[in-house]
Structure formats: C-alpha cells, structure tokens
Design a protein around this ligand. Sequence first.
Ligand SMILES: [Zn+2]
Length: 420
Amino acid sequence: MLTALNQDGKLITLVQSIKRKDLIERLRSDVYFCPVCQESLILKAGNIRIPHFSHKRNTACSIFETEPESPQHLKGKKVLFDFFLNQGLNVSLEHYLPDIKQRADLLVQTPSRTFAIEYQCSPIVRSILEKRTEGYNSGGITPIWIIGGKPYQKYQKGFFTLSDFHWSMIRHKEGIGQYLLSFDSESLRFFLLSNITPISSRKVSSSLLSTSFSTATLPLRFKQDEKNEINYPLWLQSKRKWLQNKVLYGNLVHDYFLKSIYSSGHNPFLLPPICGLPVPYMECFYSHPIEWQFFIYQECLSKIQVGKRISMKYVIQKVQSLIKSGFISPRYFPLAHKLTWKNAVENYCSLLTEREYFKKIGEDLFEMVKEIKVPNSIDEAMKWEEEIFRKLDNGRSRNGSKIDEYCFFFGSVAGFSKIR
Ligand SMILES: [Zn+2]
C-alpha cells in the first residue's frame, strides 16, 4: 500500500518525491494504521521495492487478501497517479469507498464523472472481477481496468498468445472490436491490443498499438495504421493442425468431441466442410469452432432434409443443453456482457444462410435449401474445405472504413464529459 493514517489520523501517501534518506528518517519515527481496517502497518523502505506500507502477517484485512503488492503494482499505481495528476484531474490514491467496501487503486474525478482505475497485475477470479465492477457501477462510478505488465507474447507479426487472465479482461468497443488495455510500469507505455480474433483457444490475430506515458494526454489516443482482418488461409491451416493434434493426442475416454465423432460413425478427417468456420464472437467458446459446430451439425443440421425448416431458437436450446452436459465450454467475459456464445451461434447460422445451405423464411425460421454432404475421401474433404474458405475470403466486406485514432478514457476528442 502507498497510503496509511498516522497517529494524528492524517492520511500519508508515499508518492511525493521526497529524497529517499529524508523520507525514511522522517517516516520511521511515526506509527501507521490501515485506513480500511485500522490495524497498525509496517513501513517498508528497503532497497528493492519502492517504499510502501504493509500489513502484519495473519491480518484479517480485506485489502490484504485481494491485493498482492508486487513491485510492479506499487510502481504502476504511483506512476499512474502522477499521470492523472499531471492531466489536471482530481485523483486520489488507494481510495476506500465504505458504501461498497471497495478500495480503488485510483479514484479519478472529472467535472461530470467519477472513475475507478484498477491496475491489475495478477490474475483475478472472474466472479470477483464482476463483483467489483458491479460494486463500482452501483455507486455511480465507472471502473476502468488496466492490465499491468509487459505486452502480450508475440509469436509472429500480428499474432499473440493470450493467457486466460487476458481473456477474462477482454472488453468490447465499437470500431475496434474486442480489446485489452494495459500499462507497463517498466517501459512506461500504454498498450492497446485491438481487433482480437482467435486463431485457437490461446492464439489470436490482433494489432498492438502503444503510446508513451511521457507524451500521452487525455483522452488517451492510439494511432492505427491498418485494420486487422481474419487471415482465412492461415485460419484454415491452424484449423487442420488443431484437428491433427486432437486426433493424435486427444483422450478417447474423456474427450466428448472425439467420442461423439467415433460413436456416430464419423471420421474426424471427413467432416462436412461447414464444421470449423471462423465466425464473429467465436471466442465466446473455449471449445474450438470445429467442436461446437460439429455438435450443431450432429444434433440439429444432420437431422433435417432439404425443404424442411429449423428455428434459431431450437439450435440455441440444443447448444444450451450441450453446454449443460459439459460437451461444449462457453467462455465468459465479466467486463463485456454483450459477448455471448449465442451471438456466435447466430453468426454461424447467418453464415450458413449466406453460403446457401439455408434460406431465411421468417424472423427466426430457416429452410434448408442445400444438402450438407459428408466427404468420402481426404482429397474431397480438403477440396470442399478450400472452396468454402475461398468463398469466405472473397465474400468479406471490403468497405475499408479506416479508423486512424482510437480514444480512450474520459471521452472523445471533444471533451472529458463525453464518454461511451
Ligand atoms: Zn487493513
């Protein structure tokens, strides 16, 4: 912690640039108390971490449990505090809100709104993330979660590996799609990973933009050079690799996907080409698109014939029960409730309509107009697959609306008060 009460009840913060020696001499003689639980605190001013206060061991304080004070977290909080202060905003450090029993890393006030900045350096359970977000919202405060640490692991240009922690922090914004905002307290840069599109459950294609802390102003802006779009040939390649690995290393006893394939008499390499298509919102499943789309094919699409009808509601119900029985795993985004697997299923059905397998004949009703065939040989499977992916590649919208700048925090370029 960087804040504590002294014996006179005055709030002491360790952000002022007091010379180290002076600071230690001046502060050592005093005693300190936690502003939240009132227990006494220890001042730690060693050589490695920046000076900070710490609870004694075995404390029951709620702050102690939720906040591991890594050097990175302490430094990041301090630097971000300076940043908001230099922008002329009213900012307080480690601000405790008794009404909702939460402590914001930073509480930033603009003339019209209050923001809680959470600088999150370590993984946090999704339910806590959600609870804290709701707590702020209920108090009329807008939370802004910033991931702390180095940028995302890049494995080739435009491709990154995300951890489950990263996935849990995903947010959504019109124009830039799924994104992550982070600040690295070592290089002192803000990073924006935008247009996140999964290639597999951990790998994504995305664009990484950054801006330096020293020149940044509010609203934070990131320059964008080109729009990131799905690379279909690469996607197909990675889909094939995923399937090969699954067949080679998958567990026949515990793997529902493999079990279902074999028990229904299918060959994993001879699936209809409509199993495993990239669609918007596919990241809302942990399961690979081949898996959930195969289950949709098996449970719904393979059971109807040309000329027969099916409703979206029915497909959604089937997927829901597959999720319930553990055949498919949905991924949950506590900071982006709009991202749901239902969107992925709907997009999948629209894609099949575009690809002329179905015709939309009502609000929620589709008629099958083309038979979904199962290939007879590997050659045929690959040919059909390439055909459908080529069509996807040609059919994508090339409207080329280029966005040059992204604005974050406290609104549009026009002013602080306009946000969201
Ligand atoms: Zn405490």
